[in-house]
Design a protein around this ligand. Structure first.
Ligand SMILES: C[S@@+](CC[C@H](N)C(=O)[O-])C[C@H]1O[C@@H](n2cnc3c(N)ncnc32)[C@H](O)[C@@H]1O
Length: 275
């Protein structure tokens, strides 16, 4: 199924081309991954839809079988893709909360800076919290042998399935995406199964269960000796709260056996090693 994606800026390019009477224009229809020369007349009957997209710069739209849709899902929660720039991957927003860093970075660059701390050539990795799969892709590009990644939310995976920037996690034979709650799924893994772990949870208040001593004990159990975990913490709330949160996390990691626990300020995370 061929899907064409439009953001406000792509829609504006097409609208301007229609107004200028052009027959062709160059634009990206896959959220900035590639650009192509398109026939402008195909869009002439959709001027009102294009105007609506231009007026909504924080959403992504797609066209399937001639129909226009917003890349958003509204069920128990509200999920949507949000453009982050001309040639950068869209961010995931759940109930108005951004799941990716976009300030002074973009979701893919941010994912790469996390992967640097835990992904190495030949590693068998575990990732907790697939999201749109950007950190999975960043680990793959560092040459990991395999990566198992866990996402509990079916709707998030549905958005990933349509997102051109997430494609690799479903196509690459070195990736296993498990749909399930990491709290349960992790119990199925063997002791010392993984060379390293990337733990990329939502902010503390949205998923406290992923910040507990019990869960850290499970992460410790499935990690090999000398294995490293990168734990994204983010920067929620006021400065003093962030420090309290980090302190609490570091203390719980120490209690379950992790050593060499270090703050990684530039990536808003913590690394910890299993002795
Ligand atoms: C910050 S995002 C992850 C971003 C992701 N690493 C990426 O690169 O796109 C956090 C994700 O964790 C998922 N999540 C929340 N609780 C979970 C749980 N208990 N088990 C697995 N996934 C969970 C959320 O649905 C959300 O998609």
């Amino acid at each position: 199924m061929v899907m064409r994606f439009l953001t406000a800026s792509a829609a504006k390019v097409i609208l301007n081309a229609i107004r200028a009477g052009m027959s062709e224009v160059e634009v990206s229809l896959d959220l900035g991954r590639t650009s192509s020369t398109i026939r402008v007349d195909v869009y002439e009957r959709d001027i009102d839809k294009l105007k609506k997209i231009v007026a909504d710069p924080s959403s992504v739209y797609f066209i399937r079988d001639g129909e226009y849709y917003k890349a958003a899902i509204s069920r128990d929660h509200f999920y949507k893709l949000m453009p982050t720039g001309e040639n950068t991957a869209p961010a995931l927003v759940i109930d108005g909360v951004l799941m990716h860093r976009v300030k002074e970075t973009n979701p893919m660059d941010d994912a790469s800076s996390k992967a640097v701390h835990c992904a190495k050539g030949g590693f068998n990795m575990l990732e907790v919290c697939t999201g749109l799969g950007y950190s999975t892709i960043a680990c793959l590009s560092r040459g990991v042998a395999s990566i198992i990644t866990i996402e509990k939310d079916h709707d998030v995976l549905d958005l990933a399935r349509i997102n051109p920037w997430s494609k690799e996690i479903f196509d690459n034979p070195h990736v296993t995406v498990i749909e399930g709650d990491a709290i349960d799924v992790i119990r199925e893994f063997d002791n010392r199964q993984f060379d390293s772990i990337l733990h990329d949870p939502p902010r503390f208040t949205m998923a406290t269960e992923l910040y507990t001593k019990e869960f850290y004990r499970d992460l410790f159990r499935v990690l090999k000796s000398n294995g490293v975990m990168f734990h994204y913490v983010g920067s929620p709330g006021a400065r003093h709260r962030r420090i309290d949160l980090q302190k609490g996390i570091m203390s719980r990691l120490r209690k379950v056996g992790f050593l060499q626990i270090r703050r990684r300020k530039n990536v808003f995370g913590i690394t910890a090693k299993k002795p």
